[in-house]
Write a protein that binds this ligand. Structure first.
Ligand code: UD1
Length: 341
């Protein structure tokens, strides 16, 4: 019996596949490689020493996706596949609604047809919008502020309805806070195509001297040093949350939502100084105007996941910074090797 991982070649998906394979699960990956590279396959294999199946498929093509269900004995699904840029979603909302919603609906139709009713869905803290108070619990008001965020929220609602109609479904919705870091081997990590928007990949690129300077968006927020506070969490901790959710789904039906965060917030300047301390690399930065849509403070109350899933984030900020940097250094070395061949 295998776990189908949609979007398994992406940042969180690839780390989850590693943890699944290490825990002895059979894995089948579906990914269209729209925001990931084929090398990730080999790297997952190198880390785990295990084999798995991979299908390059666009999930909007139902017949192609059905082949995966036909050819494999799928036990449960972890659904990561989706477009994930806030900025791009504002420019191309229809693309986001079509891709993210239709692929989920197609997936659920096939799960229903093949009587597979165990699903873990990759959601985001973006569904909380501007939080009324912190820490943010799962009961906080939901108010996504971008088309991307609204696709996550709409999918959560679709899944509620799917469960309402057929209560045999076991669904876990995982709302991630700010995933950073990389596998400790440095073989897989965040590798966005094009210029990153998120903080950590930008810091590592400044450290690698691919960019001259880090722009810090605003220092006039009501926080300890005026810069925004976020709940940064190691991607391997997030990956392990999926395994805990799979296990919970297997033992009970229902639909449950969990925050995956550490419960601790760090400011942008604190992240820069942690990064500099553990790597010894100076990060030149300049304060510029606040980024539109940024909230001052956002961190999780992760106690529900701890109580109900037995999951807790383990890795500290220094390890997150070091692992992010190791991954960037390895990528630089790979690029140099390609040039020298
Ligand atoms: C962003 C997305 C969110 C997504 C999350 C995933 C937005 C509005 N939100 O959240 O939907 O789930 O990433 O990781 O895009 N910063 C800088 N300089 C930079 C980049 C970021 O100062 O070059 C600051 C930001 O202002 C923010 C903090 O760093 O205060 C974190 O930013 P980022 O990594 O983009 O995450 P979020 O904005 O929290």
């Amino acid at each position: 019996m295998a776990i189908l991982v949609t979007g398994g070649m992406g940042y969180i998906g690839s780390h989850t596949c590693v943890e699944l394979l290490n825990a002895g699960y059979e894995v089948v990956i579906v990914d269209n490689l729209s925001n990931s590279k084929i090398e990730v396959l080999q790297n997952i294999q190198d880390i785990t020493g295990k084999g798995f199946k991979f299908y390059k498929i666009n999930m909007l093509e139902k017949d192609s996706l059905e082949r995966v269900f036909h050819e494999n004995e799928i036990d449960a699904v972890i659904h990561f596949a989706g477009l994930k840029s806030v900025e791009e979603s504002v420019l191309h909302p229809l693309l986001y609604y079509k891709n993210n919603l239709m692929s989920t609906i197609t997936l659920c139709e096939l799960m229903q047809k093949y009587q597979i009713k165990n699903l873990v869905f990759s959601s985001s803290a973006t569904v909380y919008g501007i939080p009324e108070k912190v820490p943010i619990s799962e009961e906080s008001q939901l108010q996504a502020k971008s088309p991307y965020g609204r696709t996550k929220l709409m999918i959560e609602e679709i899944l509620e309805d799917v469960h309402q109609a057929d209560q045999q479904w076991s669904i876990s919705i995982l709302r991630y806070f700010n995933p950073i870091g990389a596998h400790e081997s440095g073989k897989i990590g965040e590798d966005p195509l094009g210029r990153p928007n998120n903080l950590m990949p930008t810091i590592t690129k400044v450290a690698a001297r691919k960019y001259n300077i880090l722009h810090v968006f605003g220092n006039n927020y009501p926080t300890i040093d005026g810069t925004c506070i976020r709940d940064y969490i190691h991607v391997t901790d997030i990956a392990n949350g999926h395994i805990k959710a799979l296990k919970k789904n297997k033992n009970s039906s229902g639909i449950h939502t969990y925050n995956l965060g550490t419960g601790k917030g760090y400011s942008v300047l604190e992240i820069i100084s942690s990064f500099e301390k553990v790597t010894g690399v100076h990060i030149p930065y300049q304060i510029i105007a606040p980024r539109s849509g940024d909230v001052a403070v956002c961190y999780a109350n992760p106690t529900k996941a701890e109580k109900e899933l037995g999951w807790k984030a383990r890795k500290e900020i220094d390890e997150m910074c070091m692992d992010s940097w190791r991954w960037e250094v390895n990528k630089m070395n790979d690029d140099l090797n390609k040039v020298n061949v």
